[in-house]
Design a protein. Structure first.
Length: 249
């Protein structure tokens, strides 16, 4: 239970779902934890659930200027950073003909641009060694209708995990990615579907998973703990698919 003892960790989008569960597991493994989020209600709920020792940073993950403020907050509170879990992101599922420029830009700002400039802002703060884990998606590998923009953003993150690894490994910073399949989180409730539509979508997605079920946030968080820990010291620029076999179809 001490795999992350003494390590300082930042989780973006750490107030719900995979981010919140990862924060819980990091704490159990002995890490000092900071989380970001932009919804005041979920930030406060996470603060209460995780306890007073967790640093809660209000921040918009798509705002480049905000990433510098996050880095400054980490420097002040922790003095350095050993682990970054890039988890904040959004899913905008629409047919190709329904996408507009604003939606396209919003997805790339939150899922790609913000993470890129957060890593840049944290460069002076990272310890040596350090670990970055990016939360990507199986959708980068499969041709699921309605996910053109979302899948493209996640493919960009997978590429960044490899290229940033090549650039930062000499500084002792490892970069890896986890690519979940469908996970039972509040995310699906934010897609604008009615309850009946949501059930239909969920059943359709589940039917494409050979394991026959949705994954759980704890299954993803456990993988993130491994990649963040010293057990993964020789794991660099890799992508771990955790998708119930969905990417094999």
């Amino acid at each position: 239970m001490d795999r992350l003892k003494g390590k300082r960790a930042l989780i973006t989008g750490g107030t719900t779902g995979i981010g919140l569960e990862t924060a819980k597991q990091f704490l159990k493994e002995g890490a000092r934890v900071a989380i970001t989020g932009r919804n005041p209600e979920t930030l406060e709920a996470a603060r209460k659930e995780l306890g007073p020792d967790v640093l809660v940073i209000p921040a918009d993950a798509s705002d480049v200027a905000a990433q510098k403020q996050v880095a400054e907050a980490i420097q002040r509170a922790f003095g350095g950073l050993d682990i970054l879990f890039v988890n904040a992101g959004s899913v905008d599922m629409r047919p190709l003909e329904q996408f507009d420029e604003a939606g396209f830009d919003r997805s790339f700002a939150l899922n790609v641009k913000g993470p890129y400039f957060l890593i840049q802002a944290l460069l002076p703060v990272f310890a040596n060694p350090a670990s970055i884990v990016m939360n990507t998606s199986v959708n980068a590998h499969i041709g699921m209708p309605g996910t053109t923009v979302y899948a493209a953003t996640k493919a960009a993150l997978i590429s960044l995990a490899r290229t940033i690894s090549g650039e930062l490994i000499s500084r002792g910073i490892r970069v890896n990615a986890v690519s979940p399949g469908p996970i039972a989180t509040p995310l699906y409730g934010k897609l604008g579907f009615s309850e009946d539509q949501l059930k239909e979508v969920a059943a359709s997605i589940q039917g494409k998973v050979p394991a026959g079920r949705f994954g759980t946030p704890s299954e993803i968080a456990s993988a993130v703990v491994f990649l963040a820990s010293d057990e993964a010291a020789f794991t660099v620029g890799s992508e771990l698919l955790i998708d119930g076999g969905m990417g094999t179809l």
